[in-house]
Design a protein around this ligand. Structure first.
Ligand code: S3P
Length: 425
C-alpha cells in the first residue's frame, strides 16, 4: 500500500502509546518459561510480538487476550513440548535470537523460519557463542535462517565477551544460561539495552573490561504481573514530529525512560529540543515518565560512539530531526544499521537523496546537509517499519504531497500509528 501524506499545521494533544516492543517480547517469553499464570498489562500487540506469541503457542503455552490484558499459562522449567510445525518468527529478529537461546537448552528438535527480510539477517552471531555452550545447530551456508536446533542433554556454562554490542546476542546467551546450575557470565564492553537483566533480576558487576552479567537456574522466572511502559522507540516518531511542527505541544504519557533506551531524548535535548519530563516513577522495575514536547529550533551535535547502541532503532527518525537542524547531521560507528530489518544506512541515504540535499554514505553511517529542493517525493520504506514511519513524519513536514510505499510494514511495531497520528493533528 502506498500512503499519501500532506503537510500538517500543528501537533496538539496527549498520547498513551502501547507497550515497549523489547519489553513486550520478554514479558511474553518469561511468562511462557514460568510455571503457571502470568498477566501482562499494556502488552504491545504488533506483528512482531504476535510472532513471539505464536512460536510459544507451538511449544505448548497458552496465550489469551482477555479484554486489554494478556494472560499466559507458562510451562515451567523444560516443560515445553516439541513443536509439530516450524516456528515462524515473521519479521522479528528479537523473537528469533532470544528463542534460539531458550531452545538451545531443550531436549527436542525445532526449526525457526522467518519472512524474506529475516531470512537475510545474520545468525552466526548467536549460534557461535551458543555452540561454545554445547548447543547444536544447522543454519544455511551463509549463517542465516532456517536454523534447526538439535536436542542436548545439558549445556555448559561459559564466560563470553560480546564482540558486537547487541542486546539480542547478550540475551540469547543469558536465556540459554538460565537452564544451567552453574553460572554463565556475559561481558558487555559497551552498554546495550538491559531489559533481560532487569526482568530476570540478574546480578551485574562493573569491571575494567565492561559490565559482567551473571545468570543461572536460580534466576529462572516465576509467574508474574507485568505493567509495560509505553515504547520509547514508537514515541520517538511523535517527539520529532512535535519538535518540528510550529505551535506544537504534545504530551506522551508513561513512556519508558530506561537509561539504555532513552538516548534519543538526551540527544534531542542537546540539539536544543524542549522536552520536559514529569511524573517520573518506577513501573515493573523500569523507569517511566510523561514527556511534554514543544516545537523547538534544533542544531546538530556530535553523536558519540557509546550512544549508538542506545539509539540504534531511533537513528532513522533522528536523521529527520537532523535534516531540519542547523549544521551537518552525521552518524558514524553504526554499521549494525546495515543488518536491521533492511540496510537502514542505504535506506535512509536513498530516501534523503530524493530531497536534493547533500548525502554522504559511509560503511558505518552517513551524513546529511543542505536545503531541501524537491517536494512531492516517493519515499521507499523497503518494507521496514522504522523507515516507513520516519519518512511518514518527514512527509508531514513537507510542502506538496509525499508518499511512502509498502506502508503496511508499520504493523511490525505499531499497527495503530495512523490512529494515534490523527488524534493529535
Ligand atoms: C532489541 C535489540 C536491538 C534492537 C532491536 C530490539 C532487543 O537489536 O535493534 O530492535 O529487544 O533486544 P541488537 O541487539 O541486535 O542491536
Amino acid at each position: 500500500m502506498i500512503k499519501k501524506f500532506n503537510k500538517i499545521e500543528k501537533v496538539k494533544g496527549t498520547l498513551f502509546l502501547p507497550g515497549d516492543k523489547s519489553i513486550s517480547h520478554r514479558a511474553v517469553m518469561f511468562s511462557c518459561l514460568a510455571n503457571g499464570k502470568s498477566v501482562i498489562h499494556n502488552c504491545l500487540l504488533s506483528a512482531d510480538v504476535q510472532s513471539t506469541m505464536k512460536c510459544f503457542k507451538s511449544l505448548g503455552c497458552e496465550v489469551k487476550k482477555e479484554g486489554k490484558i494478556i494472560e499466559i499459562i507458562g510451562k515451567g522449567f523444560k516443560g515445553f513440548s516439541a513443536p509439530k510445525v516450524e516456528l515462524d518468527a515473521g519479521n522479528s529478529g528479537t523473537t528469533t535470537r532470544l528463542i534460539t537461546g531458550i531452545l538451545a537448552a531443550q531436549n527436542f528438535q525445532s526449526t525457526i523460519i522467518g519472512d524474506e527480510s529475516l531470512l537475510k539477517r545474520p545468525m552466526l552471531r548467536i549460534t557461535e557463542p551458543l555452540m561454545m555452550m554445547g548447543a547444536k545447530f544447522t543454519t544455511t551456508e551463509k549463517g542465516t535462517l532456517p536454523i534447526t536446533i538439535y536436542p542436548v542433554e545439558q549445556l555448559e556454562a561459559i564466560e563470553y565477551e560480546l564482540k558486537i554490542p547487541s542486546a539480542q546476542i547478550k540475551s540469547a546467551i543469558l536465556l540459554a544460561g538460565l537452564h544451567l546450575d552453574e553460572t554463565t557470565t556475559v561481558i558487555e564492553p559497551v552498554a546495550t539495552r538491559n531489559h533481560t537483566e532487569k526482568m530476570l533480576n540478574l546480578s551485574t558487576k562493573e569491571t575494567e573490561v565492561g559490565r559482567k552479567i551473571f545468570v543461572s537456574r536460580n534466576n529462572y522466572p516465576e509467574p508474574k504481573v507485568y505493567y509495560i511502559p509505553s515504547d520509547i522507540s514508537t514515541a520517538a516518531f511523535f517527539i520529532v514530529l512535535a519538535l518540528l511542527v510550529k505551535n506544537s505541544e504534545l504530551k506522551l504519557e508513561n513512556v519508558l525512560l530506561n537509561k539504555t533506551r532513552a538516548g534519543i531524548i538526551k540527544i534531542l535535548q542537546q540539539m536544543g529540543a524542549d522536552i520536559q519530563i514529569t511524573n517520573e516513577k518506577i513501573s515493573s522495575g523500569e523507569e517511566v515518565g510523561d514527556l511534554i514536547v514543544k516545537n523547538s529550533k534544533l542544531h546538530n551535535i556530535k553523536i558519540e560512539r557509546e550512544m549508538i547502541p542506545n539509539i540504534i532503532d531511533e537513528i532513522p527518525i533522528l536523521s529527520v530531526a537532523g535534516l531540519f537542524a542547523d549544521g551537518k547531521f552525521e552518524i558514524r560507528k553504526a554499521k549494525e544499521l546495515r543488518v536491521k530489518e533492511t540496510d537502514r544506512i542505504s535506506a535512509v541515504c536513498n530516501n534523503m537523496k530524493k530531497l536534493g540535499v547533500l548525502v554522504e554514505e559511509f560503511e558505518d553511517g552517513f551524513s546529511i546537509e543542505g536545503e531541501i529542493k524537491n517536494f512531492n517525493n516517493e519515499f521507499e520504506s523497503y518494507g521496514d517499519h522504522r523507515i516507513a514511519m520516519a519518512f511518514s513524519v518527514l512527509s508531514l513536514l513537507l510542502d506538496g504531497q509525499n508518499n511512502v510505499d509498502v506502508f503496511e510494514c508499520i504493523d511490525v511495531s505499531n499497527p495503530e500509528f495512523l490512529n494515534q497520528l490523527s488524534s493529535i493533528i
